[in-house]
Design a binder for this molecule. Structure first.
Ligand code: NAP
Length: 291
């Protein structure tokens, strides 16, 4: 397929590489130009601006947040203005339910198609085409995108016909990831302060009842105290918990644990750790324990 790709950060660069590997014709755009050049050697064409990327049947965005997606979508020579009729925008960033609903409406009014397809999996999974893709939108449109999902992920789950349902599922999942990181941080603080070897502890945890990938991945990073380079930045983690709380508020759903996790991420970012991996949250529990 002829695919445009916007956003070549930690996640997007691996995903675009995998589209090229699968034989798709890919044209890329990134706000900072250096990242796009790295893909040229793999066969990607580099677009001068957003409008040039949009001369394709499908355009994927994998950008930081609502602000970034808004910046490439609305305005002169941006996505809504530049995409052709029946062209598909696949929005794979973790964005708000409200923005996803707005994108669905404006693309519909412009005669374009909008599919939300946020992902589970860190940059290593993106590079290895092992993402879990949560897609939502018109069934025919999702089906049209399936060859691209197959190139980037290990499995696609279709959440619903309303695109923002996928964003809601993703945000609820990231709330749960944040809560697991918080609990691991508290448990490791206790273990360390009590003099038990954290790596031995991790081996016991993940070898018994806590064998899920999330405990292995984050447990290892916390046991190693390896928070740089960030696979997923704490500033983005804070953004996701904030978005989960916004939709919870809109639906009058109290989420006291999410509020606590939000405040702890906020404290981590306030301490200057916004660019560290979000599992640096564990350091906060360690410091509170006097470690
Ligand atoms: P990242 O490395 O920080 O990359 C962010 C991308 O957004 C870069 O291409 C950046 O361009 C672009 N960008 C930021 N602000 C912009 C703006 N105002 N206008 C245009 N472009 C802008 O982030 P990432 O880790 O790849 O994450 C991308 C998305 O995937 C986020 O929504 C994140 O929540 C989600 N996600 C991440 C992970 C993970 O583990 N990392 C896992 C699942 C989902 P520049 O290069 O110019 O800064």
């Amino acid at each position: 397929m002829h695919v445009g790709f916007i956003g070549l950060g930690h996640m997007g660069s691996g995903m675009a590489h995998n589209l090229l590997r699968a034989g798709h014709d890919v044209i890329v755009y990134n706000r900072s130009h250096g990242k796009a050049e790295a893909l040229a050697s793999a066969g990607a064409r580099i677009a001068a601006d957003v409008a040039e990327v949009c001369r394709n049947e499908v355009v994927i965005t994998m950008l930081a947040d609502d602000e970034a997606v808004t910046a490439v979508t609305f305005g002169d020579r941006k996505m809504i203005a530049a995409l052709g009729k029946n062209a598909v925008h696949i929005s794979m960033s973790t964005i708000s339910v409200a923005l996803s609903d707005r994108l669905a409406e404006v693309h519909r009014q412009a005669g374009q198609v909008y599919v939300a397809a946020p992902v589970f999996g860190r940059p290593e999974a993106a590079a290895a085409a092992q993402l879990f893709i949560i897609a939502a939108g018109d069934a025919h449109a999702v089906q049209r995108c399936q060859p691209l999902f197959d190139a980037m992920g290990q499995k696609t789950f279709v959440a619903a016909a309303t695109p923002s349902a996928a964003n809601l599922v993703k945000l609820s999942g990231n709330f749960m990831l944040g809560a697991v990181i918080e609990s691991l941080g508290e448990a490791f603080a206790l273990i360390r302060k009590s003099g038990v070897d954290p790596h031995r502890y991790l081996e016991i945890l993940t070898g018994t009842l806590f064998s899920a990938p999330i405990y292995k991945t984050y447990g290892t990073l916390i046991a190693d105290e390896k928070y740089q380079p960030a696979g997923f930045k704490m500033s983005l983690g804070l953004k996701d918990i904030r978005l989960a709380l916004a939709v919870a508020d809109a639906h009058s759903v109290p989420m006291p644990l999410a509020s606590l996790v939000h405040d702890h991420f906020l404290a981590g970012v306030a301490r200057g750790h916004g660019d560290s991996d979000w599992c640096r949250l564990a350091e906060l529990s360690a410091r509170n324990a006097g470690l």
